[in-house]
Ligand binder design. Structure first.
Ligand code: DGT
Ligand code: CA
Ligand code: CA
Ligand code: ZN
Length: 578
């Protein structure tokens, strides 16, 4: 977790240097170092302790010293010194997507705007469009970005909350008298953003105190908000809140059910209980007027007491799951262990950090049967998209690697740019040779609904396209979705027999759960891709699976559950289909 914190500070230094009009080389050096740390699989503490910090490509003496300073003291004086030169609000403005350091500086110098609220007011009043280099369009974008940021304000990404909860539970494990620990709340339901982390812990009287002590004195705890006998709350550095509730083992199932939520699910459940002559709370389910619960120990018993099948937490949003549980109609949700391959993987051929061989080895380690390498296409120069010539080299390398495996296969694919008019970024002669064509948008995010929807549907109708990559382009908390008409896109996918990706990258989770469910209704198949740029990123599959499960998807709705042979047949049929 320190990798991220340090990367964040280094990125900020780069931005502050930009704000200060410093040398571009210096700025790039910090950006590169930040990016390296951000995507590094190893923990920076360990690397530093073993004296290998200066061996990392892109980390020179001066930056290495700053990293060491952070590891020793939790801060970087150089960062603080730079930050102190500008109003805090200006730094926040700089973080608004579409603003950035250069524009922030212009707004500050010419309109004396030095905070996000001031920026919002000025944009709303039409004052920004008059500045040279801004215009009406950038004014609208600023307003949109501020709105997106507000929506996710105070919430963290699912991946961050998962990492934190795993850390908390690992640190709190092994306490005598504590028999079980689970994440609850939105985290157990795998919502895409998380307000606070809720942990439940089953403990006897003696385990109780120790669990709370351990929890409230965890590394990184900045403030303890409450340390009661049943519930304690802490705030970690960076402002993330976590609650831990300590529960008697006898009523653990009832508590887990209650504190998993969602609130809407619990409200409907409570209504059903009432109709059946029960009351339900965090201690159990009770026949009205009786003291002893009918069920409390396990969640299964609680649901069964109401005549319901156990409902997977990912479904507990009150969108029909209770009705389905009453009639035995719940879906059998896809699971991580059903997954046999990954459809979206980058390598050093484009902007990935590991070779094809390394990515394949990691996929094998994860128990997969196949992996599709989808490097960027020729137009996407910033991500080192492959020329036609390099693509031919890549095809040969994959052929050579495949000759070595007996029970594993690498497919040669591409994450191909959908060009501005909906055309694909390679000629037919290349497309014909590829196993998998994942078509994505990387430019022109701000086109209007008609234009961008037309562009995407045209790409889907192209006979060589197999799948639409990160369909809406949204970055959670950072960038809104394109103005895409998703109904039309799904309908086109259905008619053309094309797949839609569930991109598992932490800030994408795109296609989102509600649309996954729509896709399933239309019998459009989904393909989960991690968009891995390092071997470690293949682990994002857990996030993609969680989106699929929240979208009610079963094994057959997702092509990642196919064996290599089934997959090849499926892909071949898709092409014959046209
Ligand atoms: P979050 O933290 O905003 O991502 O969403 P949750 O669902 O984790 O909400 P949180 O942390 O406020 O509460 C945890 C769970 O407690 C929630 O999912 C449902 C359960 N709960 C049961 N009854 C109530 C209630 O009356 N109020 C609230 N806030 N939660 C309740
Ligand atoms: Ca919560
Ligand atoms: Ca909570
Ligand atoms: Zn992409």
């Amino acid at each position: 977790m320190k990798n991220k914190a340090i990367a964040g500070l280094l990125y900020e230094i780069a931005e502050l240097l930009t704000l200060n009009n410093e040398s571009i080389f210096r700025i790039r050096a910090y950006e590169r170092a930040a990016q390296t740390l951000d995507t590094m699989a190893e923990s920076v503490d360990v690397v530093a302790r073993e004296g290998r910090l200066r061996d990392i490509a892109g980390i020179g003496e001066s930056i290495a010293e700053k990293i060491e300073e952070y590891l020793a003291s939790g801060k970087i004086a150089y960062h603080e010194e730079l930050a102190a030169r500008f109003p805090q609000g200006l730094l926040e403005m700089m973080a608004v997507p579409g603003v950035g350091p250069k524009k922030a500086r212009a707004l500050f110098d010419r309109l004396h705007i030095s905070s996000v609220p001031e920026l919002e007011a000025a944009a709303g009043a039409g004052k920004i469009r008059t500045l040279a280099g801004f215009g009406k369009k950038s004014e609208d974008n600023i307003l949109k970005s501020i709105a997106t940021q507000k929506q996710s304000a105070g919430r963290m990404l699912l991946s961050e909350a998962l990492a934190l909860s795993k850390e908390i539970m690992a640190q709190c494990s092994g306490i005598a008298g504590v028999s079980r620990m689970d994440a609850a709340g939105s985290l157990r339901r795998y919502r895409e953003t998380i307000g606070d982390v809720d942990i439940l812990c089953a403990a006897t009287e003696s385990g109780r105190k120790k669990a709370i002590e351990r929890f409230t004195s965890l590394a990184g705890v900045e403030r303890v908000l409450a340390a009661g006998p049943e519930k304690s709350s802490v705030v970690f550095e960076g402002g993330v809140q976590a609650d831990m509730r300590v529960i008697e083992p006898a009523s653990y199932g009832a508590a887990l059910q209650y504190f998993t939520g969602s609130k809407a699910h619990n409200v409907t459940l409570r209504t059903l209980a009432k109709r059946k002559g029960f009351t339900i709370n965090e201690y159990g389910i009770f026949r009205i007027g009786e003291k002893a619960p009918v069920a409390a120990k396990t969640e299964e018993e609680v649901y069964a007491a109401l005549g319901l099948d156990w409902i997977a937490p990912e479904l507990r949003e009150d969108t029909g799951e209770i009705e389905a549980a009453a009639t035995g109609a719940l879906p059998r949700l896809v699971e991580l262990k059903d997954i046999k391959g990954d459809v979206h993987v980058h390598s050093t051929y484009s902007d990935g950090k590991n070779s094809i061989e390394e990515m394949a080895a990691e996929a094998q380690r994860r128990g997969y049967e196949w992996i599709i390498i989808t490097d960027h296409s020729q137009s996407l120069k910033i991500a080192r998209g492959l020329s036609v010539e390099t693509m031919r080299k890549k095809l040969k390398e994959i052929e050579r690697l495949n000759a070595r495996y007996t029970d594993f296969r690498i497919l040669c694919g591409t994450e191909i740019d959908i060009l501005s008019h909906g055309n694909l970024d390679y000629p037919r002669s290349v497309l014909e040779e590829l196993d998998f064509v994942l078509a994505s948008i990387h430019t022109g995010f701000k086109q209007d609904e008609e234009t961008i929807t037309g562009r995407v549907t045209k790409a889907l109708e192209n006979k060589f396209t197999h799948c639409l990559g990160h369909p809406t382009g949204r970055l959670i908390g950072k960038r809104p979705a394109y103005a895409l008409n998703m109904e039309r896109v799904l309908d086109t996918a259905r008619r053309a027999g094309k797949m839609i990706e569930i991109n598992s990258f932490p800030e994408r989770l795109d296609l989102a759960d509600v649309y996954c469910r729509k896709a399933k209704e239309l019998r459009v198949k989904l393909a989960i891709g991690t968009d891995a740029h390092t071997t470690g990123h293949l682990g994002f599959m857990e996030l993609g699976i969680s989106v699929a499960r929240r979208g009610w998807l079963e094994k057959n709705d997702i092509i990642n559950t196919l064996s290599y042979k089934e997959l090849m047949e499926y892909l071949k049929k898709r092409r014959e289909h046209l």
